[in-house]
Structures are given as C-alpha cells and as structure tokens.
Design a protein. Structure first.
Length: 67
C-alpha cells in the first residue's frame, strides 16, 4: 500500500472518530440538559405545593410585589 493511500485511510479514520466523539458529547449534553429541566420543573412544582403560589407568581410577580 502506498503512503498516499495509507494517509488517506488514516485521515478517514481520524475524521470518523472525531465525528463519533462529537456525537457522543452532544448526546450526553442533551441528556444532562433534559435531566436538569426535569429537576427544575420538580422544584417549581414542590415550591408551588409548599407556598401555594403558582409558578408565574414565583418567577416574576413575587419579585414585583404583585400577588
């Protein structure tokens, strides 16, 4: 096998590995993002149950003194 063909094949493997690593990182980031979103929703729901104020009141209206 010539050096040129070997270099081309090595470049292909490097590109494929780079794409796979990038895809795995993206999938892990999306999984973490989803888990954090679920945790935030649960905390908001629990706070609503404890305080009796709705989520909109917790986020904005409470800061303005309304509600």
């Amino acid at each position: 096998m010539s050096d040129s063909a070997s270099k081309t094949r090595d470049d292909w493997y490097q590109d494929a590995a780079r794409a796979q690593i990038s895809s795995e990182r993206f999938n892990r980031a999306e999984l973490l993002n989803g888990r954090i979103a679920m945790l935030g929703f649960l905390i908001g729901l629990l706070t609503e149950l404890i305080t009796g104020q709705g989520i909109a009141s917790q986020i904005g209206f409470g800061l303005l003194g309304i509600g």
